[in-house]
Write a protein that binds this ligand. Structure first.
Ligand SMILES: *[C@@H]1O[C@H](CO)[C@@H](O)[C@H](O)[C@H]1NC(C)=O
Length: 595
């Protein structure tokens, strides 16, 4: 019989170590594992809830400063919210600043753990979150699944997977003159940042800047719109409760809701290091003017007049697919989408086919409310608008276009829903033969209006696409790579999707526009870095060997400097110039022989 001591002791040792390693990898705890937590959902999303239908749909309450919240699809009251005052904003910023000092010291692993905790919560509570967003904004469950849940989950997943890489110190190339140095850029937290966001995605717009800002080590004051004041506190507590569940201070994320006059106090506050603004152009002028008082940088995300160019060579097999994508692009969230498709610019071979194919589909769209209907009730295609304030303008833009030769196929005016007469519905509209000179082709509508424009060539399609003051997103559909790529290059836009709609956001590419659509980028690496101080650092590589001294010709001759020293400095200068010359010659030779 073999005995244990017959084996090579080294082998036994190795087997022992390997077993221990295996046990370690199998049974070690995941230090970033999500922690379960609860946030009580608002009573209004419980099944069977019914609210009082308000007679006068207004956010203002006479004799009170509070905000009257209501469901725009039905007019049911959701309760009142007390807005923040200037002194409560001061307190929120002070608390956030205090908490940020410790938060900035946390590791990326600790921050990832908070995001993984939030991700788990969002996945487990997606239906409640979607219903809250639907109630407050009037959208449908499908729109909420895509525009609130899917994009938020993807943002969390992306930051968890790639956030640290995006903010890793990056070394940068130097030059021969500075060869004794190394150079790097580091992305450090800014302190307390702010986000003022719009109502069209009450959950996603509010939580998305929170995710990026806290991952970068900042604290954040997030101001949701007064239009969706009701859901802000529930959505913000998803973030604060995740922080608390992971052992951090809830003060890192502060939600405020206020009237515009008080918002100015926030945007001009010297305690705010950066502002992300998602909203409309008129409001952006106020925000930027106000931020300029404290010289606070603003990332300005405004609307657009996004074109979808449909080329002539769109294949038959792709036709139905693309017309469905166009409908989603136009009617998602009842058209209240900053990157919603506002103009469909089609070439002659597809133009009439699009009208033929889309007329029955758009005419059949059924507006409605998800309130008091079960989630699998498929009788609703399109939700309400946030308010009816813009309906008269819309109706007159459409009437004006018709007077100038456009054809109205369906819709064109506000819609009184038989069950929800107080709801803010606009009839799904199909308007064709629109030309670039019509006002409706120039102004952002933010409404469920499918505007079809005819064009005769790719040249003209691009010219029409570029004819508005806006340049946010764009999309192009067709087969020929040559034409598709031409549109990609020449269209004025911050984001372009080829044969698809808005998917740049789904993969966290930088989000933002140019021209009248704003400036700055959020999402992805560029977004994360934009809420950081991009600190440039240069250090001596071998401090014991070489440090900067001013070379010969630039140096003032020091008293007592010998001729030898002067000659040496001059020689260094000559070597440097010679090197530049040599590099030029090498490049010249390389070009000559086609390398
Ligand atoms: C970047 O470099 C600094 C200084 O070496 C270091 O303290 C810091 O932890 C580094 N940051 C990251 C994100 O690696």
């Amino acid at each position: 019989m073999e005995r244990l001591q017959d084996y090579n002791p080294l082998l036994l040792y190795a087997v022992g170590v390997a077993t221990l390693c295996l046990f370690y990898f199998l049974f070690r705890g995941d230090s970033e594992k999500a922690v379960p937590y609860n946030v009580a959902p608002p009573e209004q999303v419980m099944s069977g809830w019914k609210g009082e239908v308000l007679q006068d749909l207004s956010m203002k309450v006479s004799g009170s400063s509070s905000i009257q919240c209501y469901a725009p699809a039905t007019g049911e009251s959701l309760g009142r919210v007390n807005p923040s005052t200037t002194s409560s904003i001061d307190r929120a910023i002070a608390k956030a600043a205090d908490a940020q000092i410790q938060w900035a010291q946390t590791t990326f692993a600790e921050r990832r753990k908070v995001l993984k905790t939030m991700l788990r919560f969002v996945l487990e509570n997606q239906e409640t979150i979607a219903r809250v967003a639907c109630l407050d904004s009037g959208k449908t469950m499908v729109d909420a699944s895509l525009g609130e849940i899917l994009v938020t989950v993807e943002k969390l997943r992306w930051v968890i997977a790639h956030g640290e890489d995006s903010l890793r110190n990056e070394s940068r190339p130097g030059n021969l003159l500075m060869a004794y140095k190394w150079h790097e850029v580091m992305w450090q937290p800014l302190g307390v940042v702010a986000a003022c966001v719009s109502w069209n995605y009450p959950f996603h717009n509010l939580i998305s800047p929170v995710i990026a800002s806290i991952f970068a080590g900042n604290a954040i004051i997030v101001k949701g719109s007064e239009n969706t004041a009701w859901s802000s506190s529930y959505f913000a507590s998803i973030a604060t409760s995740a922080l608390v569940a992971c052992g951090h201070s809830s003060d890192i994320v502060q939600s405020v809701v206020c009237w515009p006059s008080v918002a100015e106090y926030l945007t001009s506050h010297p305690g705010i290091a950066h502002i992300t603004f998602i909203g409309s152009r008129p409001v952006a002028h106020h925000v930027c003017a106000s931020a300029s008082k404290a010289l606070t940088p603003v990332c300005v995300e405004l609307g657009g007049k996004d074109p979808a160019i449909v080329l002539d060579d769109l294949s038959n097999s792709d036709f139905h697919r693309v017309s469905s994508i166009l409908m989603r692009g136009v009617f998602q969230s009842a058209g209240q989408n900053c990157i919603g498709i506002e103009r469909i610019i089609a070439l002659p071979n597809v133009y009439n086919r699009l009208i033929e194919q889309l007329t029955p589909r758009i005419t059949a769209l059924r507006p409605g409310s998800i309130l008091n209907t079960s989630p699998d009730d498929a009788s609703i295609d399109i939700g309400a608008c946030i308010s009816d304030a813009g309906f008269s303008r819309l109706e007159s833009l459409i009437a004006d276009a018709v007077a100038q030769g456009a054809r109205l196929i369906c819709g064109g005016k506000r819609y009184v829903h038989p069950q929800h007469p107080k709801g803010h519905f606009f009839a799904p509209t199909f308007l064709v033969d629109v030309t670039a000179s019509m006002k409706i082709a120039q102004e952002e509508l933010f409404a469920p209006v499918f505007t079809l424009m005819r064009t005769s060539s790719v040249d003209e399609a691009i010219a029409i696409a570029n004819s508005t003051p806006y340049a946010l997103g764009a999309s192009v559909y067709g087969s020929s790579n040559h034409d598709l790529e031409r549109v990609v290059r020449e269209v004025h836009a911050g984001m372009v999707a080829v044969n698809d709609f808005a998917v740049t956001y789904m993969v966290q590419l930088p989000f933002g526009g140019v021209k009248g659509s704003g400036y700055g980028r959020f999402a992805g690496q560029e977004g994360l870095r934009s809420v950081c101080n991009q600190k440039a650092v240069t250090r001596d590589r071998w401090p014991w060997l070489a440090k900067t001294s001013i070379p010969g010709p630039m140096d003032l001759p020091l008293k007592g400097e010998g001729a030898g020293q002067r000659a040496w400095k001059m020689a260094c200068g000559v070597v440097w110039v010679g090197y530049g010359d040599l590099r030029g010659k090498v490049t010249g030779v390389k070009n000559l022989i086609g390398l």
